[in-house]
Design a protein around this ligand. Structure first.
Ligand SMILES: Cc1ncc(COP(=O)(O)O)c(C=O)c1O
Length: 412
């Protein structure tokens, strides 16, 4: 009875995994959940009470599809304070998490067989959203410095040489999910040069640039370096306040935002008014900035625990890019004969969950890798989990072959 399209709504590995681990004593390095310790519960409760008590007529009412205007204004100044350039012809739309933005972008940009470019690996739920529109997906591998723009250039030459064009390049430049890598400033500029040369839209997804744990890392958004209005910038409060509020946004040329607004009208009319007002007050009162500072301290400690444990317990020649920020480390085991999907049930039986890396590779590669989250579990559990995974990996890999990186899967 269902439409053919319904077959494309695949359950994500992450969700299936979370279901598996529910109610069990499993160390979950799988999801991408913030540490609840970082939620400013007391302050949010006060704000929620005030917002309903004093501004209930507005905050409990329907709102414009693009978002509560007062919140959109506040959001613009918040973004400008975070060095995101707002151009004269830009507009902003509030979305129900940035996941909704990815879904709307898929629907308004992609026609069947259109070519889009993503990183190898990339964010799984973005891949799922794009796949619903039946594009041809071209993957460009990342290394420690983010997307390999030399390979991007080669791919663009090939694609345009075949008489096709690219609809957009989707990138997570800072503290990448899942790879943890950050695009260098030189590569950012080159990516924009290439986008300009071929006249391609760039979708910049930026949930994590607030969490950079080291000084001297360039976190300038592509949006800020863009002189041509071709970057569409996505953000979210999910990691810097609370994912339960479901507040995301898209900043970009007003023409694109208008189209997204019309698409959103069909999806959900508008993002909940109440959480928009809560978000507005949270930004205005400095609660978001306070939460960022707290979370940064908590996550830096956890990241370091994970990196130390990886050094101590993983087989030699295992490769992982050192994340300067974000919530994840992606680990590539040193053999192409090991498949982390097949290894997962054994890991679960020993009490640890992770996400197999192949889920994040648009071309089916990356089967030797796994994404490990350090924001949610407590530090001692992170170390224990990595120790268990390390000994399992050592059992599987008798002779480590050498570092295997995303590039190894590029030509597949
Ligand atoms: C790269 C990236 N984009 C988008 C999202 C979606 O975030 P949300 O819908 O909670 O705003 C996430 C969440 O983990 C993410 O990692």
């Amino acid at each position: 009875m269902l439409a053919k399209r319904s077959e494309l709504f695949k359950a994500s590995d992450v969700r299936e995994l979370l279901k598996l681990t529910e109610g069990k004593k499993i160390i979950s390095l799988a999801g991408g959940m913030p540490d609840p310790e970082t939620f400013p519960k007391k302050e949010l409760a006060e704000i929620a009470k005030e917002v309903i008590g004093e501004r209930g007529d507005a905050s409990l009412q329907y709102a414009p599809t693009a978002g509560v205007s007062e919140f959109r204004k506040e959001l613009m100044s918040f973004l400008q304070r975070k060095d995101v350039k707002v151009r004269g012809d830009d507009s902003v739309i509030v979305t129900t998490g940035s996941q909704q933005a990815l879904d709307l972008i898929s629907r308004v940009f992609i026609e069947r067989e259109d070519v889009i470019v993503v990183e190898l690996p990339t964010y799984l739920a973005a891949l799922n959203a794009f796949t619903l529109s039946h594009p041809q997906i071209v993957g460009v591998p990342v290394d420690e410095n983010g997307m390999r723009v030399d390979i991007l250039e080669k791919e663009l030459k090939r694609i345009y040489g075949e008489g096709k064009s690219v609809k957009f390049i989707y990138t997570i430049p800072v503290a990448h999910n899942p790879a943890g890598v950050t695009l260098s400033i030189e590569r950012k500029k080159y990516l924009l040069e290439l986008a300009s040369k071929y006249d391609i839209v760039v979708i910049e997804d930026d949930p994590y640039s607030y969490f950079v744990y080291e000084s001297g890392v360039d976190v300038t958004p592509l949006k800020t370096l863009d002189d041509e209005g071709r970057v569409v910038y996505l953000g979210t409060l999910s990691k810097i306040l609370s994912p339960g509020l479901r507040i995301g946004w898209v900043l970009g040329n007003h023409y694109v935002i208008d189209v997204l607004e019309r698409a959103k009208q069909t999806a959900d009319l508008h993002t909940p008014t109440l959480t928009q007002y809560i978000a507005l007050e949270s930004i205005r009162r400095g609660l978001v900035d306070k939460t960022i500072e707290k979370a940064k301290q908590v996550y830096k400690i956890k990241r370091d625990v994970m990196l130390d444990a990886l050094t101590d317990y993983m087989p030699e020649k295992t490769w992982w890019p050192r994340p300067v920020g974000g919530l994840f480390v992606m680990v590539f085991l040193p053999s192409l004969d090991v498949d982390t999907r097949k290894m997962l049930p054994e890991a679960l039986a020993r009490g640890v969950a992770y996400v197999p890396g192949a889920s994040f590779f648009a071309n089916g590669g990356g089967w030797n890798s796994m994404r490990l989250n350090f924001s949610f579990p407590p530090p001692d559990k992170i170390a224990e989990g990595i120790k268990i995974l390390g000994s399992l990996a050592k059992e599987k890999i008798k002779e480590p072959k050498g570092p295997i990186t995303p590039e190894s899967f590029y030509t597949m």
